[in-house]
Design a protein around this ligand. Structure first.
Ligand SMILES: Cc1cc2nc3c(=O)[nH]c(=O)nc-3n(C[C@H](O)[C@H](O)[C@H](O)COP(=O)(O)O)c2cc1C
Length: 314
């Protein structure tokens, strides 16, 4: 059964983001305005397979039942490890598994994984086949190509000929990283290719989409769903179906929730949490001074003291 078929056109997903979309932040997004589908950060299959790496892999794969539907994203280069990890993902109760074939990070690409797989299409195909053997709905997230945009046609033909249940296309090449505008002009041709090769594959568009209304044009062009990543940094309420304005107090309460959850799940050290503060301390008078104060803090109680002081001063 194709998990992806149950959603109406225009459905939304929170993009998988390493170091960002962990169990704590996903709950913050859910409290603000949840997408239809969550994705985990990517988890390395070698890490899951090895005894030493497994605790870390399982930490990345933790989720709450109320987060469902949630998709686990995995990456690596060894088909048999994908099969085994996908079985584990299924046992853990995820709705589906997604294969990362788009990460441009040099450490990932250096192993041949992520967008490195664009250069080894036969291996990419073997990985899809192996993952499918686990009997869980299997999708792929990738880019247009490695160096040139016109690689998209042969590359997506390779992927679609394996009939994944869904395909998320980030409309840039690996080389482009996130430095140029997403190639929106290619959407109609990608839809046509998908319909010609694998009409049952659900197509999800990704790249610079700010909110569901902003992506509606792709749905009108025949895509099925939208994936938003960095939009959530500008506006944690970006998944709202009917956007409204939000108060400073609402943003602060999301930040307090994030801090609570960060502690609750035992995440450490403190500094990575600071990167999130600009999401909440934004777009209100005096925000930049408060942000500066928060950047000087060295532990959670100090950050809470800054928030308390700000709220007491109003
Ligand atoms: C901090 C960060 C971490 C990311 N980690 C992942 C990841 O683990 N897996 C993945 O497929 N893409 C990852 N991406 C890429 C996003 O999923 C998405 O494709 C990209 O940000 C473009 O979409 P956007 O313009 O909506 O942000 C990451 C992006 C960012 C900014």
């Amino acid at each position: 059964m194709n998990f992806w078929k149950q959603f109406s056109p225009g459905f939304t997903c929170l993009a998988p983001m390493e170091g960002v979309t962990d169990i704590a932040f996903r709950q913050v997004v859910a409290a603000a305005a949840r997408p239809d589908i969550f994705f985990t950060e990517f988890t390395n299959v070698n890490s899951y397979i090895s005894e030493k790496g497994r605790p870390n892999a399982l930490e990345r794969l933790q989720f709450l039942p109320k987060e469902q539907p949630i998709v686990a994203q995995i990456w690596g280069t060894k088909p048999e490890m994908f099969a085994e990890t996908a079985q584990a993902v299924k046992k853990l109760g995820f709705s589906a598994v997604d294969i990362n074939m788009g990460c441009p990070d040099r450490h990932v690409v250096g192993t041949g994984g992520g967008s490195g797989l664009i250069r080894t299409p036969e291996l990419a195909q073997k990985i899809i086949r192996a993952t499918k053997t686990a009997g869980i709905s299997t999708s792929v997230k990738t880019r247009l190509g490695y160096t040139k945009t016109d690689e998209w046609r042969p590359w997506l033909t390779t992927i679609l000929s394996e009939t994944p249940d869904a395909l998320t296309i980030h409309l840039r090449t690996k080389k482009e990283m996130s430095k140029v505008n997403a190639h929106y002009e290619l959407v109609p041709e990608i839809v046509a290719l998908k319909n010609a090769i694998s009409p049952e594959t659900v197509l999800i568009i990704n790249g610079d989409i700010k909110n569901p209304a902003d992506g509606q044009k792709f749905i009108e062009q025949g895509a099925d769903g939208l994936m938003l990543g960095r939009a959530v940094f500008q506006n944690p309420f970006c998944f709202e179906k009917n956007p409204t304005t939000h108060t400073r107090d609402e943003l602060i309460s999301l930040m307090r929730l994030h801090i609570d959850l960060y502690q609750k799940y035992g995440f450490a050290p403190y500094d990575p949490l600071k990167r999130f503060f600009k999401i909440y301390i934004n777009n209100f008078p005096g925000a930049s001074e408060i942000r500066e104060k928060l950047m000087q803090t060295r532990a959670i109680p100090e950050a809470i003291a800054v928030l308390d002081e700000m709220e007491a001063a109003q």
